[in-house]
Design a protein around this ligand. Sequence first.
Ligand SMILES: Cc1cc(Cn2cc(-c3c(Cl)cnc4nc(-c5cn(C)nc5C)[nH]c34)cn2)no1
Length: 279
Amino acid sequence: NNNESPKRQWSLKDFDVGKPLGKGKFGRVYLAREVRSKYIVALKVIFREQMKKYGIHRQLMREMEIQTSLRHPNILRLYGWFHDAERIFMILEYAHRGELYRELRKNGHLSEKQAATYMLSLTQALAYCHEKDVIHRDIKPENLLLDHEGRLKIGDFGWAVQSRSKRYTMCGTLDYLAPEMVENKGHDFAIDNWTMGILCYEFLYGVPPFEAESQSDTFQRIRKVELNFPSTPRISTEARDLIGRLLVKDSSKRLSLQEIEEHPWIIKNADPSGICNTR
Ligand SMILES: Cc1cc(Cn2cc(-c3c(Cl)cnc4nc(-c5cn(C)nc5C)[nH]c34)cn2)no1
């Protein structure tokens, strides 16, 4: 829209750079403050030679175009970017309460109200992305952040990062691959609906549904959709119903985002404000 502020030319001297917040294969994220406004941001720094080495320059540009155009309360804002001779810098919204994963690990699993509230936020963010033909926002828990009020933010450009704490390594993310990915078929919007099922399970049980000793066992369990629900923690029938209607091999038979929003478990448990601080 034409009342958009003109694209400022940013440079590193506009920022006081603070502590590192996270690091990935291609770079790091730092806490930073814009000097004039004192506005706190997260500054993601990507090393050019790493970018060349992994040949991700074009993908990065496309992802940044997408991310800049997205405006949604549950999607981390990309305010702008700049570069110098050896690095590319992205000026990102700072999520004050960090990784949702930390909350999940701290409490072992989330309450049904918290899980349903985060599921609703994710569904609304993904519905917004799908309207703009953006799929596969890479919604692994490592990429889900919480703002100062505890509101969920999808915090990444859909490319692999190593989260700061070593305990969930990158290979752990294969738990999130859908059958069509594992079997190398094309994937479409429904890929995100599968991931929503994985996430909902993990929010409620603290572990992903198809976790196994080896990668091949995990692939096997994904392909056969070997889904079982442990007896503890006790999860409501509605929650298991929702998970069972998302983790469906035939992608055309998975619940749509609209149907997730209208599911009885979501209606009964989710806080529409997206903020749920009840344990
Ligand atoms: C490279 C690379 C690493 C990562 C993963 N990552 C994301 C962040 C991050 C962003 Cl982008 C925005 N806000 C954040 N807030 C935190 C945070 C706040 N607390 C209290 N603790 C943390 C951690 N991290 C944020 C950092 N690393 N993506 O690409």
